[in-house]
Write a protein that binds this ligand. Structure first.
Ligand code: UD1
Length: 362
């Protein structure tokens, strides 16, 4: 009998991690993968577009939770997921990343006695003011199998007392999606549609710590204004950021071009062709590393240190002067990026092998 495994996806950065796993498990008679979309992200350009770009079949269950405070959103996912797991009775649940859907899924499953697998385990920013850090720590502490993207994850988990035999290095599922789709993405006409010049920079920003406080947002906008004088900047704006800018009346500098959030293929193309990326995203630090595009991370820490050790990433901080200093440094001292170990497009295959060893004991 095929082993039922429930895969939870809810927010934009989950879809490119779930896609290669769904492709690897679907059509394999040993597995019955059940995709559950929590509905944490629901705008077409934050969710549906990714299903078509990444060729993922529609989810078997859609919980349609939508937005809310952290407690409301997490609780709503838990309330709606429990009956689905009771009905479908999977042997295991697999959660990815560090969003509210991740921790909610892990909590419900752990309390039902369902085996919990966490993909992208062990990453730590050591900054508990980040909601994602809380989600990471809690999820890892109740997971039965912890699949890591980089060795820092193993060290962090061992330090937190997770038994070594539960931890496996599988590589990076997000990079599987990148490698599979890059050729197709490069056929996108997005730079033409957005009327971008040959040389441009790409901006993304959505972390509460950066966009919720008007003073902090002002620091970043001040830096972008200066950089924008030297390099045209395109900014596909996250709905949360747009909402904050509208509500606090922040004035956007000229030289910044805004667009709505883009689909996966368009955004990958835009990243690959950009001269520099300025971001506070987690996944983009990884994608730019593999694309060898310089990345300035507008944060004081990263849970993905390998993107600095091996990759093209550098921490730029969040103050105007620190960002401008990092920008100058990036121009003067360009870095050569190396592909981190196991970020080779085969992570889904490795995940499947580990899952088979643990869940299908012959
Ligand atoms: C979430 C993740 C973050 C991830 C990010 C990627 C958590 C704690 N955070 O943050 O780790 O990097 O997704 O985007 O899970 N909204 C829309 N349409 C949507 C989704 C959201 O308009 O489809 C707006 C709503 O106003 C909502 C706000 O964006 O209140 C924030 O959405 P939410 O899911 O709470 O968190 P993100 O900031 O997207």
């Amino acid at each position: 009998m095929a082993v039922k495994i429930a895969l939870i996806a809810g927010a934009r950065p989950n879809f490119m991690k779930i896609a290669p796993l769904m492709h690897a498990l679907t059509g394999d008679s040993a597995w019955d993968p059940i995709l559950i979309h929590t509905g944490q992200h629901y705008d077409h350009n934050m969710s549906g577009q990714f299903f078509s770009d990444l060729e993922i079949a529609p989810p078997r269950y859609h919980l349609e939770v939508g937005s809310g405070s952290h407690a409301q959103q997490t609780a709503e996912i838990m309330k709606r997921l429990e009956p689905v797991l009771l009905e479908s009775q999977p042997a295991a649940i697999l959660v990815v990343g560090d969003v509210n859907s991740t921790v909610a899924g892990a909590l419900v499953a752990a309390k039902l006695g369902i085996f919990v697998v966490h993909v992208e385990a062990g990453l730590r920013s050591f900054d508990r003011t980040m909601p994602e850090e809380i989600n990471r720590v809690v999820t890892d502490s109740i997971s039965d199998l912890l699949l890591i993207t980089e060795e820092s994850g193993r060290a962090n988990l061992l330090r937190e007392g997770i038994p070594a035999e539960r931890i496996h290095a599988v590589g990076n599922l997000m990079i599987d999606s990148l490698k599979k789709n890059l050729t197709r993405a490069m056929e996108s006409d997005v730079t033409k549609r957005l009327e971008l010049p040959e040389r441009y920079g790409l901006v993304t920003l959505h972390r509460p710590a950066n966009v919720d406080d008007a003073g902090q947002l002002g620091e970043i906008l001040g830096a972008l204004e200066e950089i924008g004088k030297e390099l045209p900047l395109i900014w596909p704006m996250h709905p949360r950021t747009r909402g904050r800018i509208e509500s606090n009346g922040a004035v956007l500098p000229a030289g910044l071009r805004l667009t709505d959030p883009l689909g996966y293929l368009d955004f990958l193309c835009l990243q690959a062709k950009s001269a520099v990326v300025l971001t506070d995203s987690g996944g983009i630090q990884e994608e730019t590393t593999v694309l060898r595009v310089p990345c300035l991370t507008l944060r004081d820490n990263t849970e993905r240190p390998i993107t600095i050790e091996h990759g093209s990433n550098r921490l730029a901080g969040t103050r105007k002067q620190s960002i401008l200093a990092a920008w100058e440094d990036a121009l003067r001292n360009p870095r050569t990026a190396m592909q981190p170990p196991l970020w080779d497009g085969q992570a889904a295959q490795r995940c499947k092998e580990v899952l088979a060893r643990v869940l299908i004991r012959s």
